[in-house]
Design a protein around this ligand. Structure first.
Ligand code: 5CA
Length: 464
């Protein structure tokens, strides 16, 4: 993309309504624009990042064997009356009437819809296990929408629902979700710690929230510092392997890590040596849950088992706050100049800054770099506008592309361009060819491909 032809409305001023850094940078970098309280328009670059996050979630869900589909955002109240949640949900649910005076609502979550699809179509244990999911807009009329996309009223969420014959199978689905979430967040450059959370009226120990540590997080968290040493890495997991998933769950959840809702000070001090006790704040980016036969009992989601007996299915639901993740990543990765996108989610893979647009050698060198990087299957953002070098660098720093190639007539006389790492600020001079090779080496692991091979031979990660 050439910046001269893109739509990137960056702001010079810091918007006064934005209280936390991610909200400020999202507005300043032209990612979102507030439409009304807690509701945002996604401007081109914000939308691009949202799509990247969505794509990673789809890939990891499908790697775990979960099946994508899409539910309507507007639902009739009848289904929700069956489960008993229409009245119980309270003012967070946005309710409306259609022209026939029928009660409708904007889905805040979709247990009822998925259970309904299941009960209408599945009758035998032979069709289990089954996990269906969607990535869809949700609406919750939050009393205090704040911090931009962190606590919106309209937000983008992945919600998945597992249907299993037995509690044991459903707990495997729970473990499988935990493992796939660990992978998902790590690919986004995030450390999200599974913490024991409040299971609310449902009871039991089977819920974990995933928290990204950040000073601006809304939840207070208590944990053993050893947890932050754990990484999932690129280990191969067979998601059907019950013991393997169980082992990962134990590895990541056996140490003390709880939100304020479940924290017990005596247990904390008894279980964790003083020098490892941490009290901090965190952003909840996901939650997994096993709730047994609650919905299937109420809504009649039954299958016949091996003995021909009709039994209710065991269910769980699992959510990732996809739009909230943009804010969480920025909270975890920024400096005083702007955002620093992790390579796995960056909207453009590198910036190319033309210091002298209109000067033939500079234009030609930029075009050549642009073509070579595009031919790798990567997307550069070329700043070809007539503007000061300082202004261009400030924009690049603000929007946070991890790598920048700076091209100017002076360097070109010596046959070099400058490659700068956004995170460290370190610059290196090299030939344009070496710059392209460097970018290819950096992104090979992130696009899951050998970038030295011609494009068509590479397996591209798309989720469809
Ligand atoms: N039905 C379950 C699992 S699908 C459920 O709705 N869980 S949830 O309420 O925890 O939502 C899942 C995730 O959505 C949360 O972990 C959080 O990351 C995100 N989320 C929830 N409310 C908001 C909000 N108001 N704004 C942005 N993200 C939100």
């Amino acid at each position: 993309m050439r910046l001269s032809r893109y739509f990137l409305p960056v702001l010079k001023e810091t918007p006064s309504e934005a209280k936390i850094v991610s909200h400020r940078y999202m507005l300043r970098a032209g990612l979102i624009k507030q439409a009304s309280a807690g509701i945002y328009s996604w401007l081109p670059m914000g939308f691009k990042i949202l799509r990247k996050l969505e794509n990673i979630v789809h890939q990891e869900q499908q790697r775990a064997g979960h099946i994508p589909m899409l539910m309507p955002t507007l639902q009739t109240a009848d289904l929700w009356r069956e489960s008993g949640r229409y009245d119980a949900y309270g003012p967070e649910m946005l309710r409306m009437k259609d022209r026939h005076d029928r009660d409708m609502l904007f889905s805040p979550t979709a247990e009822e819809m998925f259970t309904d699809v299941f009960r209408s179509n599945v009758t035998s244990y032979k069709d289990l296990p089954l996990t269906l999911y969607q990535i869809q807009w949700k609406f919750r009329d939050e009393i205090r929408p704040r911090f931009g996309v962190m606590r919106g009223r309209e937000f983008f969420m992945k919600d998945g629902y597992n249907f299993d014959l037995t509690k044991e199978d459903a707990l495997h689905a729970y473990n499988r979700h935990l493992v796939s979430y660990l992978r998902t967040y790590e690919r986004m450059g995030l450390q999200a710690i599974p913490m024991r959370a409040d299971s609310g009226p449902i009871g039991g120990d089977y819920t974990h929230e995933f928290l990204v540590l950040a000073e601006t997080g809304e939840s207070e968290v208590f944990y053993d510092s050893q947890i932050t040493d754990l990484t999932f890495g690129d280990r191969e997991i067979d998601y059907d392997d019950v013991a393997q998933c169980q082992a990962v769950l134990e590895e990541f959840t056996s140490r003390y890590a709880r939100t304020d809702e479940t924290h017990v000070e005596d247990e904390f001090t008894a279980q964790v040596p003083e020098d490892r006790r941490r009290v901090a704040r965190g952003i909840e980016v996901g939650q997994i849950f096993y709730f047994g036969t609650q919905y299937s009992d109420k809504m009649g989601a039954m299958v016949t088992d091996e003995n021909g007996v009709r039994v209710p299915v065991h269910m769980g639901s699992h959510g990732i706050g996809v739009s909230r993740l943009l804010g969480a990543i920025i909270e975890a990765s920024h400096d005083d100049k702007g955002i620093i996108w992790p390579e796995g989610v960056t909207p453009f893979h590198c910036g190319i800054v033309n210091l002298k647009p209109g000067v033939a050698e500079a234009d030609e060198a930029c075009d050549a770099l642009y073509k070579s990087i595009t031919a790798l299957g990567l997307e550069p953002l070329l700043d070809d506008r007539k503007d000061s070098a300082g202004a261009k660098f400030a924009t690049m720093d603000l929007i946070g592309l991890p790598w920048r190639i700076t091209v100017g007539p002076r360097g070109l006389k010596n046959g070099v361009v400058e490659v700068t790492c956004r995170r460290t600020g370190e610059s290196e001079e090299m030939t344009p060819e070496m710059a392209v090779e460097k970018i290819a080496r950096i992104y090979g692991p992130h696009v899951g491909a050998d970038l030295t091979q011609p494009m068509p031979q590479r397996a591209f990660h798309t989720w469809m």
